[in-house]
Design a protein around this ligand. Structure first.
Ligand SMILES: Nc1ncnc2c1ncn2[C@@H]1O[C@H](COP(=O)(O)OP(=O)(O)OP(=O)(O)O)[C@@H](O)[C@H]1O
Ligand SMILES: [Mg+2]
Length: 263
């Protein structure tokens, strides 16, 4: 594999760049879902990826997490190539995605679900780990309590996961992602389908997580995007059409034409 660095990177890389893509293209057969995208995710900030349906936002996440390999181009996390790495190795590096789809056990309590996730971090993933009693790993137990508190679920920790409200289930998914100890947490539409109160609570939670974790959000609600993002990347039909802070994005002609004006 060619591991030499490109001489003239398109994306502006700074000391604070945590993840970057260089000329990444992803094709699905004839369809170019991501077209020659170079971007960097600044460390310690909230970055939002926005753009119309089908713009390629979720595909970017799938490339970051190793679910897909780029057709061409490179992806680096802390200056290490991660394109082509197995998804679990990328998780071990610290890149973790919070899943929209249910990835916890309905029959277990909230606490048991979070403990299984923290235990997986201490002992590695594997079938035998699920047989070991979770209290044998004290660090995992302490971490689980901290995660439960962080995602505002301590008061429902003993409730069976299937009995949580929709918003609480989404928080449990975030908790399971946090249990992996991410340096970079990816969240795809974290407030989708939530009531206004659940949305407010989740935005608060996102800002709390951002105090010590770099976040990338895919979010359709422009009020939320403009309110909490420090950096915004705008995608349209597989191409990166703008990046900047909220004020820059709000006034960008191309963004208004392609996206904001079209809504
Ligand atoms: N596994 C796949 N196989 C074939 N085509 C795919 C696959 N994944 C995504 N695509 C296509 O790639 C394009 C980008 O899809 P993607 O899901 O990344 O868009 P998105 O910006 O997340 O859209 P949305 O806002 O609707 O979630 C779409 O045309 C989609 O149909
Ligand atoms: Mg999507």
């Amino acid at each position: 594999m060619n591991r030499t660095k490109p001489e003239t990177p398109d994306s502006e890389t700074t000391d604070e760049t945590l993840l970057r893509t260089d000329d990444v293209t992803k094709k699905f057969g004839q369809l170019t879902a991501i077209n020659d995208v170079s971007m960097s995710i600044p460390e310690g900030e909230i970055t939002s990826i926005i753009g119309p349906n089908g713009a390629g936002k979720t595909t970017l996440f799938n490339l970051f997490t190793g679910k897909y390999e780029p057709t061409s181009g490179q992806i680096r996390f802390r200056d290490e190539r991660i394109d082509g790495m197995a998804p679990h190795d990328i998780v071990d590096k610290g890149v973790v995605r919070s899943f929209q789809i249910t990835n916890f056990f309905d029959d277990l309590t909230t606490r048991e679900n979070v403990r299984l996730a923290t235990q997986a971090r201490y002992s590695g993933f594997g079938a035998s780990d699920f047989l070991r009693h979770y209290t044998s790993l004290d660090g995992a137990v302490d971490d689980a309590e901290a995660v439960l508190e962080r995602v505002h679920l301590l008061d429902v920790a003993d409730r069976q996961a299937s009995n949580l409200s929709y918003g609480q289930r989404r928080h449990l998914e975030i908790g399971i992602a946090l249990a992996a100890g991410p340096d970079l947490l990816l969240m795809d539409e974290p407030t989708a389908g939530m009531s206004p109160e659940e949305t407010l609570d989740t935005v608060e939670l996102i800002e709390e997580i951002a105090s010590d974790t770099t976040l990338v959000l895919i979010e359709h609600d422009m009020d939320i995007v403009m309110d909490i993002s420090e950096f915004i990347v705008v995608m349209n039909e597989g191409e990166l059409i703008a990046r900047g802070d909220p004020a820059e994005i709000r006034t960008d002609d191309r963004v208004q034409r392609a996206y904001l004006g079209g809504e």
